[in-house]
Design a protein around this ligand. Structure first.
Ligand code: MSP
Length: 526
């Protein structure tokens, strides 16, 4: 058993949750649920990023005080995650009092150490990104992500001397001590470091909506410095615990007290915010004498029918829209399965509908219904395992059992490296296999003839449905638990079992009473 700490970005409260945010959050949730299932001590963190110029500006256009506006949108995120059955262990809002205090403590530590110094800073600032931009990041003078011309800024500011950590970080990234995946994203970051890492402005004089610097109250903290520390404060870190007093030499990496889960084992995000996560964030950790994150996984962007989701195009889909049409578990499945995790992917209602009908209505739902109906018709034979332990099916074939082990090892290999869509594919393969098995074993004929072998056939089918449902457990928790109940199993008992025990052949009790129940995924017509 090991520890597993996973984070999502904390989302800006300038807008309500859409399926882009939902994508990251559901993926993190599935990973957290998988790690809990295999017995790891797991912490799953998410939250909202509420300070800075971007939020202040948005609140103003809404005619609201930033604090009140942030309260409203943060509540919408929390409700959306509740509705999506997200199992986060904490929800950090950067306006939280304890977080603000910890940020002040941490920045004071970096200032006392000489890593933050007063300077004059000039640059092009994109408020949408809340980041300074290099000329070469711009296309026709505009930020490609926001289609806006960045502001020229020149002001007195406190600067984080992160360049001093550049060599060390580059080595850590190259050697995968700080792992960035997919590989193409790592390569991008390595070249970015090789161009030379610049220091970064860490405070704003004219942005009032932020955390005041403890040593100079006329400045507020740069919103990213505030935001990154959420990954620590959500664990209860107070910015001082475990950190030794000056002169800071020779300490190396030390754990802060009370935050054994740190550092993150996986930080999930999309490419828009990788660069800051691969530079400023680990440099802050080195400055704080803390260990850096272990692994960052960068998934692709969701495009809607080929276009970037945006308010101006009017193609923004909210998680609630999908839940209304497909239900919670199907929405989770539809978000995770259609595109390669790590690459941009195109989605849209037409594709979602097709996938819903193919994989869930005609696939999983139909298989469960069809199998249980057959068992209900078996009045004279009980479902039973072949009792000679030969691991062959009713016709002496071994393949049936062997293939389950192979699928599990494929599933585990994929999910461990976040090839989420491929892990799900393993479950789909089971469904197709079982459909074909039923078609060729023709249990309805065996039933008619009162042939005893049907007991073994149907045991094999139901037991393999149990395995399929287990593979889907992190993705569709309610559906899996409903399938367990229909198979006569108690989900609460199943939860207490060791993973190795769960995935052994034979978890289903022979002679079990099954229940048909309503259609799991009624087919969408139209
Ligand atoms: N507040 C910062 C993050 C601070 S973390 C210390 C931020 N917030 S955000 O609201 O803009 O969220 C960006 C993240 O949302 C992306 O990195 C990605 O995880 C998710 N996505 C937003 N739109 C998305 C798509 N269209 N597709 C996939 N993921 C998307 O940046």
């Amino acid at each position: 058993m090991s520890k597993f700490y996973i984070t999502t970005p904390i989302y800006y409260v300038n807008d309500k949750p859409h399926i882009g945010h939902t994508y990251t959050t559901v993926a993190a949730d599935a990973m957290a649920r998988y790690h809990r299932m295999i017995g790891d001590t797991t912490f799953f963190a998410t939250g909202t990023d509420e300070h800075g110029a971007k939020i202040a500006k948005k609140a103003k256009t809404e005619g609201k005080e930033p604090a009140k506006y942030a309260d409203e949108i943060a509540a919408q995120f929390q409700m959306a995650w509740d509705e999506m059955n997200i199992s986060n262990d904490g929800f950090l809002r950067t306006t939280d009092k304890a977080h603000k205090k910890a940020v002040q403590n941490a920045l004071q530590y970096m200032y006392d150490k000489g890593d933050i110094v007063k300077d004059k800073y000039e640059g092009l600032y994109c408020v949408g990104c809340e980041q300074f931009k290099n000329e070469k990041d711009l296309i026709d003078g505009k930020c490609p992500d926001h289609q806006t011309v960045p502001e020229k800024m020149s002001e007195e500011t406190y600067v984080f001397k992160m360049s001093k950590y550049a060599d060390k970080l580059l080595k850590m990234i190259e050697s995968d001590e700080l792992k960035i995946r997919p590989q193409a994203r790592k390569n991008e970051i390595v070249s970015f470091y090789k161009e030379g890492l610049k220091d970064v402005s860490f405070s704003r004089k004219n942005v009032k909506w932020g955390i005041q610097l403890p040593w100079d109250k006329s400045h507020t903290a740069y919103v990213w410095s505030d935001a990154f520390l959420n990954y620590l404060t959500i664990l209860g870190w107070d910015g001082s615990g475990g950190i030794l007093p000056p002169p800071y030499e020779g300490g190396g990496a030390r754990r802060a007290e009370g935050v054994e889960m740190f550092p993150p084992d996986i930080q999930l995000m999309s490419k828009d915010i990788l660069r800051v996560h691969a530079t400023i964030w680990p440099a802050m950790l080195l400055s704080l004498d803390l260990p850096v994150q272990k692994n960052m996984f960068v998934h692709g962007f969701f495009l809607i029918d080929g276009q970037k989701m945006s308010k101006s195009i009017g193609n923004v889909i909210s998680p609630a829209d999908l839940v209304k049409r497909y239900g919670v578990d199907a929405t989770r499945y539809l978000l995770m399965s259609p595109t390669t995790f790590g690459r941009d992917g195109d989605v849209g209602y037409e594709k979602f509908d097709e996938k819903f009908n193919a994989d869930l209505a005609n696939g999983l739902g139909n298989l469960v219904a069809r199998s249980i109906t057959l068992v209900e018709k078996m009045q004279n034979v009980n479902i039973r395992m072949k009792n000679d332990n030969s691991k062959t099916d009713a016709w002496g074939k071994e393949e049936f059992y062997h293939k389950v082990d192979v699928s599990w090892s494929g599933y585990k290999d994929f999910i461990e490296v976040l090839e989420i869509d491929k892990a799900l594919q393993q479950a789909l393969v089971q469904i197709k296999f079982l459909d074909n098995y039923i078609t060729s074993a023709k249990p309805w004929e065996l039933i008619k003839d009162n042939d005893e072998r049907v007991g073994v056939v149907m045991y094999n089918v139901l037991e393999r449905i149990r395995h399929t449902a287990l593979m889907l457990w992190p993705f569709m928790p309610e559906t899996t638990e409903e399938i367990m109940r229909r198979l006569g199993l108690d989900p609460n008992t199943e939860k207490t079992k060791d993973f190795e025990e769960l995935i052994e052949w034979g978890g289903l009790k022979p002679g079990t009473e099954v229940k048909k129940g309503e259609s799991l995924f009624p087919r969408l017509e139209n």
